[in-house]
Design a protein around this ligand. Structure first.
Ligand SMILES: [Zn+2]
Length: 213
């Protein structure tokens, strides 16, 4: 089971072995020189600092523990035992192979057993995983497994539609291609009618994602 591997990335970098801001800025300067430009010219002189600041935002997910985001749950579900769905959660991530953006949307559904969670927490869970270096398949599984572990619902379904700039702006240059991944657990995996209901609630994934770029 990959659950126990979920949060290991947080432990890999410690405050002792994390490079300094200056080291990070110097690395950007090296890349600028390697691209063939002069990092000291006027237009580029503040670029390393800005890139490093951007990285703080792009990769802010490493500072967040996804599991603890969901820990404040509500036991009172008022007899509600149908699907809870959050649809079209926009995400921006970076592919771990090329470090270029993956942009798209996430649909999350769960079938509560006893506990529910504030819907903004589900959106923050997406942020916690997307603001890291990612592959879409892993992000899909990690979101589903975290919800499953913390809420212990009857089932979880996660569908992600993403456009990978490593495919649209480089390499094969195929614009308009969307990758769709899904992870179904519990009732969404075992019960075809629950799964069908979820899929009809999110609509046709490829049509809602065509505008991402
Ligand atoms: Zn890539």
């Amino acid at each position: 089971m990959r659950t126990n591997k979920l949060f290991e990335s947080k432990e890999d970098i410690t405050s002792e072995n994390r490079p300094s801001r200056l080291e990070a800025e110097n690395a950007v300067k090296t890349l600028i020189r390697w691209a063939g430009d002069n990092p000291s010219r006027e237009g580029l002189v503040d670029t390393p600092e800005r890139v490093v600041r951007s990285y703080e935002e792009f990769f802010s997910g490493y500072k967040v523990c996804p599991k603890s985001l969901l820990e404040r749950t509500f036991e009172e579900v008022g007899g509600y035992d149908e699907i809870v769905l959050l649809r079209n959660i926009r995400f921006e991530s970076h592919c771990e192979h090329h470090m270029v953006p993956i942009i798209g949307c996430v649909h999350i559904a769960y079938l509560p057993k006893k506990r529910i969670v504030g819907i903004s927490k589900l959106a923050r869970l997406v942020e916690a995983f997307s603001k890291r270096l990612q592959i879409q398949e892993k992000m899909t599984a990690d979101i589903a497994l975290t919800i499953n572990e913390v809420l212990s619902p009857k089932g979880v379904a996660v569908v992600i539609e993403g456009t990978h700039q490593c495919m649209t702006t480089r390499g094969v240059h195929k614009a308009g291609v969307t990758m769709v991944t899904s992870q179904m657990l519990g009732a969404f995996r075992d019960d075809p009618s629950t799964r069908r209901e979820f899929l009809s609630m999110i609509g046709n994934p490829s049509s809602s994602a065509s505008s991402f770029g």
